[in-house]
Write a protein that binds this ligand. Structure first.
Ligand code: FAD
Length: 352
């Protein structure tokens, strides 16, 4: 027998699970809770669910299914682009933002991150053990959203995609069951999740391999945009000869003349090369010599704590619309950028 429920009934059932952590339009906090990191997507779901436990996630999925509602999982909203313009009036947005715990097994060199944990959380937990992870350029991207969608990092040429470092996933499937997917358990679901992420359930935990690096040789070089052709050609030729221990990207960026931007980029076009080199200082310097001979006006390449690698690419430190954000002129390494061209291995923010 099919039981038809009204939207009000459905909301009441969902509220029965989460109480005031189930937010609907008009509720205080709804507008804050519905906003993704990428503010270009002005999403208006039927409700935002803010679970604090795996069981709450499972119960929300079950209640939503029983009321024929859609469920969309979101950890940070960095990848909210596909929801832009989508009718979410029958969708419960399950925000994993409260599920940020991370446990590190230093001997096994693995971390288990909760469904909403971001790379900063993993790095904070793994750095004391001299370990790091296959994170991307931004530390506030979620582990689940990044790793299950591929995950290209500055360790990528040496260690591969993050999706291949996923050992197991705890996921709430569409029927509300909480299951483990790994090479041994539910292997077909594991196969599908690695690339399908939110399409196959709400992930409440993910286990990933860690890397044995306490520090790394990394940084950014910057030239005026007028040198773009020369630098891009030199970089392209250079990448064909460097070892797999070297992963870099090249971007050409056009910054508007905003007073909050530091003078060295405000109103300018610049070309930047950044990345990491898994070599000794001397070997890394030798690898970089051809790029340094192009006389960059800024060169921050040096040995840094591995956790600081998330600052090298100058990703926006907070929510933005597209690729533009605020900027602290005293901390230019934290300034936003707008990538205007695909560079090296990396996708541009405008692609996300
Ligand atoms: C500033 C910036 C820098 C980036 N840098 C890199 C980079 O260096 N390398 C790279 O490969 N990519 C990079 N990306 C792309 C980024 O990895 C993807 O957009 C990723 O999907 C974002 O994951 P999220 O969970 O933070 O975002 P969300 O928008 O929350 O989620 C993205 C997708 O993952 C799903 N998802 C998230 N959490 C869960 C969950 N718990 N259960 C089920 N599904 C879930 C969502 O349903 C959605 O489909 C970058 C993006 C931005 C905006």
């Amino acid at each position: 027998m099919t039981v038809l429920t009204t939207t009000d009934d459905a909301i009441a059932r969902l509220r029965g699970v989460l109480g005031d952590r189930l937010l609907t339009p008009g509720d205080a906090g709804y507008d804050q809770a519905r906003l993704p990191w990428n503010l270009v997507t002005d999403q208006h779901p039927l409700a935002v669910a803010l679970p604090h436990t795996d069981d709450e996630v499972a119960a929300i999925v079950r209640e939503a299914a029983a009321s024929s509602l859609h469920v969309a999982a979101q950890s940070t909203g960095h990848g909210a682009g596909p929801l832009r313009g989508v009718d979410l009036s029958q969708t419960v947005l399950v925000s994993l933002r409260a599920l940020r715990g991370v446990t590190v097994d230093a001997d096994a060199r693995t971390a288990v991150a909760q469904g909403g944990a971001v790379w900063h959380d993993v790095l904070a937990a793994s750095a004391p053990h001299g370990l790091t992870a296959l994170h991307g350029s931004a530390g506030d991207v979620s582990v689940v959203g990044y790793a299950l969608n591929g995950g290209v990092s500055f360790y990528g040429r040496a260690h591969g995609l993050a999706v291949n470092a996923v050992r197991s996933v705890r996921v709430v499937t569409a029927d509300g069951a909480l299951v483990t997917a790994s090479a041994e358990q539910n292997p077909e679901l594991f196969w599908a999740l690695r690339g399908g992420s939110g399409a196959f359930g709400v992930v409440v935990a993910i286990e990933v391999d860690l890397l044995p690096y306490a520090d790394v040789f990394a940084g950014l070089m910057l030239w005026d945009g007028s040198h773009a052709t020369e630098v891009a050609r030199a970089w392209a030729a250079w990448t064909t000869g460097v070892p797999e221990s070297v992963t870099t990207s090249l971007r050409i960026m056009h910054f508007p003349p905003l007073p909050e931007l530091p003078p060295f980029i405000s109103g300018r076009s610049v070309v930047a090369i950044d990345g990491a080199i898994l070599e000794t200082d001397a070997a890394a310097a030798a690898v970089l010599a051809p790029l340094r001979s192009l006389q960059p006006e800024m060169d921050t390449f040096a040995r840094i704590p591995a956790a600081d690698l998330t600052a090298v690419h100058l990703d926006p430190p907070e929510a933005v619309a597209g690729g533009i954000g605020s900027c602290d002129a005293d901390r230019p390494r934290r300034c936003p950028r707008r990538r205007v061209r695909r560079g090296g291995l990396r996708r541009t923010a405008d692609d996300q």
